[in-house]
Structures are given as structure tokens and as C-alpha cells.
Write a protein of this length. Structure first.
Length: 122
């Protein structure tokens, strides 16, 4: 189950979470956190990102800092795949539907191989 409910970035509130909605949301977050307006987030500015939305509270600076230069550019932040979409988008269409979320959260059946009769030839 999601700890904090569905994400807040469903812009049109249709219950479908898309990559485009995420990128738009991420772009706004980046703008809010880039206090010195240099087009990059340093670790102290990234701390603002972590406070803006509960889904980003545990976000890792290194995950977004693709070239590991100690700064996160707007492109690095906005273009990075969203963990929510990676987890729930079963068919790879960059859209997470209610059905996909329910399927991911459905209780799993018995674990292990399915037992079946074995054919014996002597």
C-alpha cells in the first residue's frame, strides 16, 4: 500500500498519473527549490524538494545527480523516471491507472512453484 495515498501531482484529477503530469509537477518543484535561480539544485536546495511533497521526503540526491557533480540540473530532475510510475506502470505506457495500482497492491497467492502432476514414462 502507498504510505501517503496517491500522489498529489494528478493535474487533471482523473485518477491516472502520467509521465507528463509528473514532469510538470517536478518542474514546478525545481523552480520553487532553486532559491538562487542558477538552474541547479545544491544539497541544501534539494532539502527543500524533500519538504515540498511527502512523496519526495525520502528522495536521494544521488539518484537525481546523474553526472555526480554535486548539483542537480533542471533536466536531471525533471527527466528522471518517477519511482511511483516505475513501480505501478505495468504496461509501460507512462500512465498509472487505478487498475494498475490495485493489481500491484493485491495480496499475493502462495509463493513457490505451482505443483502439477508429473508425466512418467517407463
Amino acid at each position: 500500500m502507498l504510505k501517503s495515498g496517491p500522489p498529489a501531482w494528478d493535474a487533471n484529477h482523473d485518477g491516472v498519473y502520467t509521465c507528463d503530469e509528473w514532469k510538470s509537477f517536478a518542474d514546478r518543484i525545481f523552480t520553487s527549490a532553486d532559491r538562487n535561480r542558477d538552474g541547479k539544485l545544491d544539497p541544501s536546495e534539494f532539502a527543500i524538494v524533500q519538504k515540498i511533497d511527502p512523496s519526495l521526503a525520502d528522495a536521494d540526491f544521488g539518484y537525481f545527480d546523474e553526472n555526480q557533480d554535486g548539483k542537480i540540473t533542471r533536466k536531471e530532475f525533471v527527466e528522471k523516471p518517477n519511482a511511483f510510475i516505475l513501480r505501478f506502470d505495468r504496461n509501460g505506457d507512462c500512465r498509472v491507472t487505478g487498475d494498475e495500482m490495485r493489481a500491484a497492491n493485491a495480496p499475493k497467492g502462495p509463493q513457490g512453484p505451482v505443483e502439477r502432476p508429473r508425466d512418467r514414462f517407463h
